[in-house]
Design a protein around this ligand. Structure first.
Ligand code: ADP
Length: 225
């Protein structure tokens, strides 16, 4: 009998892509099918804001304005989360890293834990703006609403609301921040054999299939996933 570690190979996955690319939706699916924790820094911060923790109180203003939270705080959050038992055999990171400083810290954190697999989800800007304008989340549990004609959350029954930072002005700011701070990560990662670009301007199920294919290909090329 193999140990759980042998029967479930490591997948250290990073989802890159602009706001509204569908990273969260796809990360959720991969996390469910591969039984890996989905670690979304946006969700962690929104929960901290909701619970009025010191980190949440300090982050709130920057989040609502569409600015990034400081690297030191973010790296400490992710380092602590990745040290937990459930992340030992892999994880799906959504929203981190977002800067070169975060990316090099992540390389140090996962050193010796197998390669990082990086998926860059690409979607044209006008599609992103449209998607974010119609996005609704649950005001209670923070879950993204899958369909915008529902008036309550399918998970907990809470009221659906627009995210404060999904307003058009703030979306422009977030896209600007993405171009300035996060796009350089594509250069940082693209030479690695574990980097894949995914077309995110397709229906969610088609994107999921493309991701499965990309992960299988990486595996077939000898990348141990
Ligand atoms: P998006 O839809 O822009 O991908 P997220 O839910 O990932 O949104 O993040 C929401 C906000 O949380 C960001 O605009 C930023 O203020 C903050 N945030 C999340 N992750 C990070 C990070 N890795 N570094 C800095 N700030 C972050």
């Amino acid at each position: 009998m193999g140990s759980p570690r042998e029967s479930s190979p490591t997948l250290n996955l990073v989802m890159l892509g602009p706001p509204g690319a569908g990273k969260g939706t796809q990360a959720e699916r991969i996390s469910r099918t591969r039984r890996l924790p989905k670690i979304s820094t946006g969700d962690i911060l929104r929960e901290a804001v909701h619970n009025r923790t010191p980190v949440g109180c300090a982050a709130r203003e920057d989040m609502e304005a569409g600015r990034l939270i400081g690297d030191e705080v973010m790296i400490a959050i992710v380092r602590e989360r990745l040290s937990q038992e459930d992340a030992r055999n892999g994880f799906v990171l959504d929203g981190f890293p977002r800067t070169i400083t975060q990316a090099s810290a992540l390389d140090r954190i996962v050193d010796g834990r197998g390669p990082l697999v990086v998926l860059d989800i690409v979607v044209p800007e006008e599609v992103l703006v449209r998607r974010l304008a119609s996005r609704r989340i649950c005001g209670e549990c923070g879950q993204n609403a899958a369909v915008d004609w529902l008036s309550v959350c399918g998970k907990c029954g809470g009221q659906l609301i627009a995210r404060i930072d999904d307003g058009t002005e703030i979306v422009r700011e977030r896209l600007g921040v993405y171009h300035r701070q996060t796009v350089p990560l594509v250069d940082y990662y693209s030479a690695r054999p574990t980097f894949r670009r995914i077309d995110g301007n397709l229906p969610p199920d088609v994107v999921t299939d493309a991701i499965d294919t990309a992960l299988a290909e990486a595996s077939a090329r000898g990348v141990h996933l």
